[in-house]
Design a protein around this ligand. Structure first.
Ligand code: G6P
Length: 365
């Protein structure tokens, strides 16, 4: 067991630190800078992507938040209506021609019963189906027409970490490919996205190198009453995912909010004992988000922000830096939230790899 953890005390911390390698695997051989295109091993029928009317993503837990991130990329690059649904809530409504709706099951394990149920309903109604998974030969790959592997390598910790980054990255590549096929993403724009993806592993490594600062922050705030995560645009799913990590492994009260929604209710919960963690980077409307954070600070909340230097962050209690890599910057910010949840949980002596009441994959609906 100790050998498998490679010197780390927990699989979760090992898996957080594996992200640069996992992301390189995810991207390997899939970027064609010259053509300005992604090269995925899925062959859709001739003309299928061009005639696509809608994309629906179905998923649970962390995979659901990865899907929320990816849906924005799909809409922007491929100019196709994209919805995301919690798998257990899903019913298929595919319009007049169900085949022109591509339903994508996003699932690390490929075994989540809710997600399998949803994709079965979609397939049964005549939609085209695709699995985005980490697990070769998993059940979802037998339920869908095509499979796309995120190649993150085995993830043992119950709380998903490296697979979130690899899911978003794989779906970003898919968004580029669909956008190129449909003619909605110009080669120069695609090249810029692909360059950002190429820079992603290095940007993640820079965050990992700052772990000591995250530990200091965790020590400072470990006794907080609750933790609020806020973000806009691509920062919003990252806020939701950041809060989920804390709930799962630290058992602390944590919530993710769209930053603009703070003033529509959650602000009533804010006190000097509720740190607010925010995404203040490219792709997450940092200026507006900072205004919302300031409103929380006015109510005495300590503020921790992840910044790429776009906005002035002197007023924060703790500013954590990331490199700006376009749409993928909030994904890099998420690594700080993973480390923060890990250290908050570790300081409290939690059972990090096997949190109470949770399972790595849930095979009941
Ligand atoms: C469980 C795990 C979560 C995971 C979710 C979806 O609840 O504890 O970490 O995000 O299942 O799993 P999947 O394998 O479908 O991505």
């Amino acid at each position: 067991d100790a050998a498998e953890k490679g010197g780390y005390e927990h699989y979760m911390r090992k898996e957080i630190h594996e992200q640069p390698v996992a992301l390189r695997q995810t991207l390997s051989g899939r970027i064609d800078i010259e053509r300005g295109d992604a090269d995925l091993d899925v062959s859709f029928p001739q003309g299928y992507l061009e005639s696509l009317e809608e994309i629906q993503l179905v998923a649970c837990g962390t995979s659901y938040y990865a899907s929320l991130y990816a849906a924005r990329l799909l809409e922007q690059f491929a100019d196709v209506r994209t919805t995301v649904e919690i798998a257990s809530e899903y019913t298929f409504d595919g319009g007049r021609d169900p085949w022109r709706t591509l339903v994508i099951a996003v699932t690390q394990s490929g075994e989540t019963a809710d997600t399998l149920g949803a994709i079965r309903r979609a397939g049964g109604a005549g939609a085209r189906t695709l699995a985005v998974t980490n697990t070769l030969g998993s059940s979802v790959t037998r339920e869908t027409e095509d499979s796309l592997f995120i190649r993150a390598g085995p993830e043992i910790g119950v709380a998903a970490t490296k697979t979130f980054a690899s899911q978003v990255t794989t779906l970003a590549l898919l968004a580029v490919e669909i956008g190129r096929k449909r003619g909605t993403l110009a080669a120069t724009d695609a090249r810029a996205v692909l360059e950002n993806l190429r820079e992603l592993p290095g940007a993640v490594q820079q965050v990992l190198d700052e772990e000591a600062r995250v530990l200091e922050g965790a020590e400072r705030f470990v006794d907080a009453d609750a933790f609020f995560f806020v973000g806009r645009q691509f920062g919003y799913p990252v806020a939701l995912e950041g809060a989920l990590k804390l709930k799962e492994i630290a058992y602390d009260h944590a919530e993710g909010f769209a930053a603009g929604e703070l003033k529509h209710g959650p602000l009533a919960l804010v006190t000097g004992e509720t740190p607010v963690l925010s995404v203040l980077t490219e792709g997450a409307r940092p200026g507006e988000t900072l205004n919302n954070v300031t409103e929380a600070q006015t109510r005495a909340a300590p503020a921790i922000g992840v910044t790429d230097g776009t906005v002035e962050t002197d007023s924060l209690d703790l500013a954590l830096e990331v490199s700006e890599i376009g749409h993928m910057t909030p994904l890099v910010a998420n690594i700080y939230f993973q480390l923060f949840a890990y250290h908050i949980a570790d300081l409290q002596g939690r059972s990090i790899d096997k949190p109470r009441n949770l399972a790595k994959s849930v095979t009941v609906e």
